[in-house]
Design a protein around this ligand. Sequence first.
Ligand SMILES: Nc1ncnc2c1ncn2[C@@H]1O[C@H](COP(=O)(O)OP(=O)(O)OP(=O)(O)O)[C@@H](O)[C@H]1O
Ligand SMILES: [Mg+2]
Length: 509
Amino acid sequence: MPAKIFSSAILGLDAVPIEVEVDLTRGLHCFNIVGLPDKAVEESKERVSAAIKNSEYDAPNKTNRRIIVNLAPANIKKEGSYYDLPIAVGFLIASEQIKTNTNDKIFVGELALDGSLRKVNGILPTVIMAKKRGFKTIFVPSDNAKEASIIEGVSVIPLKNLKELMFHLDGSGEISPHPVSKIDDYICEEKITCDFAYIKGQESAKRALEIAAAGAHNILMSGPPGSGKTLLAKAFASVLPQMTFDEILEVTKIYSIAGRLGSENPLITVRPFRSPHHTASGISLIGGGAYPKPGEVSLSHRGVLFLDEFSEFQRNVLENLRQPLEDGMVTVSRAKETITFPARFTLAAATNPCPCGNYNDPQKECYCSPSIVSKYQRKISGPLMDRIDIHIEVPRIKYEKLTSEQVAESSLEIRKRVQKARNLQQARYAGENIQTNNEMSIKQMQKYCKIDQETDSILRAAANQMQLSGRSVHKILKLARTIADLSGEENIKRDFIAEALQYRPKDNF
Ligand SMILES: Nc1ncnc2c1ncn2[C@@H]1O[C@H](COP(=O)(O)OP(=O)(O)OP(=O)(O)O)[C@@H](O)[C@H]1O
Ligand SMILES: [Mg+2]
């Protein structure tokens, strides 16, 4: 009778159960793994053999049998070192070195040659799948235990080595389950590294960033060198609202698959703030690879993707952002598979208006020729510009302002208002499957962005005069909704629409 052990495979963001069957038949010794294994899974034969031998059991080559390991279903690609542990357990059962019932148990983990267990990626989706499918126990490397025990309802057994597991399974040395990790224990007050209090002047840019944080709106800052754009963007991270429980799980799942969780810090509780360099490739931004992995747009899910020197990015790389900016997800197709990752991020971008940076500056002369200016500005396509809700100029500040003693409002104060506005949105969209104003569909906008006749006539006049696209009009309404939420107002007033209109792009940025 073949032994049957359950394990799991990661498909995109979710896990699916995998049956690991191990069969021994008489004949010359051989050890084969079938069921679409990749190179790392193929190599697991060697790790498993050495780990079993060094744990003082009869290794596969000692049995003088033909060993077949089948990973089912056979149509799913199996990758990584996930299956070392289930293959080893399956072999020990099939060779009758241990007797145990493995029906409602899942095994994952990489084996070292001495039989100890190493951490693997993607444990969180596996535990979520285990709970959904009714598995009672999951056996994981001890370094993954904290991450796994976030999900209540599945008993997590942390393992240091194979021998320990064998003693547990045959009843001679029980391992107690890892206590359930409470999300609250991991939520700590974020340290503010760049505070708005130390940024002098730039009140209108700060206001725009506050609105962007409250409603998760995309923002583009343009201005001369040294005016404080990068500084403002860094401070933006300090006013983002707290993550909800669901958001924490969503983001942690992405980081778990990407292998970016520490064993001591198994949860992402602070909104991600990613700032890839402008030489970044399309794949690093969007995700991909032979076995698709999440890119920067997914790593900044529910947080901020900050693209400094926006115009310096390659145009085709930036164009990749169009789908995720619109849909909040990204679909990566590769020869082997097509995978969709969530990518609902707030885009914060900063750029100079031209190569020398002084275009449109009232005080400094711009040395760029008109054709160079327009070529520079054309690097960001119209459709991409249209997807950005807030366009602001960050002018150079005067010496007196820069050196004044006056302390500006702190990030903490601003964050309080942002949090209040976000709480209003969360209560409003409780049954709607969205979290922020920026995510509203047309139907939801009709419900939540009602305006009176007078306000409507202002918006209509502006739309005609500024030749606004349908998307732009909707963006203005969503922005006005956020401005109303920041003011604690139920209705979208005329002033809110007027302020939102100011954030549309001028002829040039
Ligand atoms: N409003 C301000 N308050 C305090 N310091 C400022 C301000 N603006 C600029 N600075 C100072 O100038 C430095 C440069 O600012 P920053 O890097 O943000 O400029 P930038 O607009 O991003 O320029 P570039 O276009 O060259 O990237 C800051 O590190 C800070 O020391
Ligand atoms: Mg800068």
